[in-house]
Ligand binder design. Sequence first.
Ligand code: NAD
Length: 371
Amino acid sequence: MGTFEAIAKHGGHEEVIFCHDPDVGLKAIIAIHNTALGPALGGTRMWNYKTEEEALTDVLRLSKGMTYKASAAGLNLGGGKAVIMGDPKTQKSEGLFRAFGQFVNSLNGKYITAEDVGTSVNDMENIFMETPWVTGIPKDFGGSGDPSPYTAHGVLMGMKAAAKWQYGTDSLKGMRIAVQGLGNVGTNLVKYLAEEGASIIASDIDPVKVKMHQATYKIDVADSDQILFAECDILAPCAMGAVVDDVSIQKIKAKVIAGGANNQLAEPRHGDMLRELGILYAPDYVINAGGLMNVFVELEGYSHERAWDKTRKVYDNVWKVLEIAKRDGVGTHRAADRMAEARIQTIGKLKQRHQGKSSRNFTTLREVNNR
Ligand code: NAD
């Protein structure tokens, strides 16, 4: 498939930038999907892609996802993403990330980057040497640091909304909750759930992480190939994607799925199947937007309190999706898309009326912050 054909197939991006610097071995692609709501924000993924086509497909798909995520979260941000082709274990260097930072800088705030799979705070620091258009830098530099506590807090809020809808109460006290994955998000979620008085069953493929959690919290442990099928009220996938597929869906006992992992449905039709089975699915990109809300606050001048407060809105966002799903008689994953698209349409038009000038202009804000 040709490049333009691929772009059209993945939702007609506004701009796709190919970044090449042979001196430092940089081969990267920045995809700006949609800026109707604001500058395109999305992380930089470093991955050992087998082909350039694979890298292009990934960046096009991920950047479109960010447009929907930002819109559903109610943020004045568009969708973008970047990929660097290379092995994150062996091919990182200061020069590589600074060269990449120069490409980001050349876009003058139209694209703002952040951490993603294969990149770290340290890499963001190197990018920051060349451009102010990077978030997730260390707190010492005015950044927001690790987003996962905020992501997990948003998940907790979305879980409460889902519990209220399905079980008539948003208190998680005494509810049995199965957490898959005790990484950055899972760890924080377990902490908040323990504070809520929930009964927790958890798993991780890493036995060290499991032991650590057992020593800190009162949790039951499941085998990692059984956690999805645990007897529980709520299942919280917080590890990898595509956990709901043709096989697993038949065995899931929870009546609510509400977790932080990205791309939880193997295919959209699995969301329709969940609806038919009476399982409430809190759409991944709506419930896990707390980390994005956190970096958004960084653009305004960071405050932990404001970021924390913002992540509470995930409750309302999930609730709105559930209402749309009920109104339209569709799966929650389709309702989330409808909610995101409607906001892009309405607010996008509004901004056009004002000749593209938003009441909140981050280019200006960022410059004022002089970062
Ligand atoms: P992480 O790598 O820190 O944690 C993932 C954990 O899952 C690891 O401990 C890993 O050992 C475990 N794991 C992998 N496969 C497993 C399996 N089959 N069963 C049980 N455990 C398994 O990642 P993270 O930052 O906690 O992110 C978790 C998920 O949430 C990912 O899908 C990520 O894309 C998504 N997410 C994270 C954030 C964030 O702020 N970190 C934001 C939005 C979405």
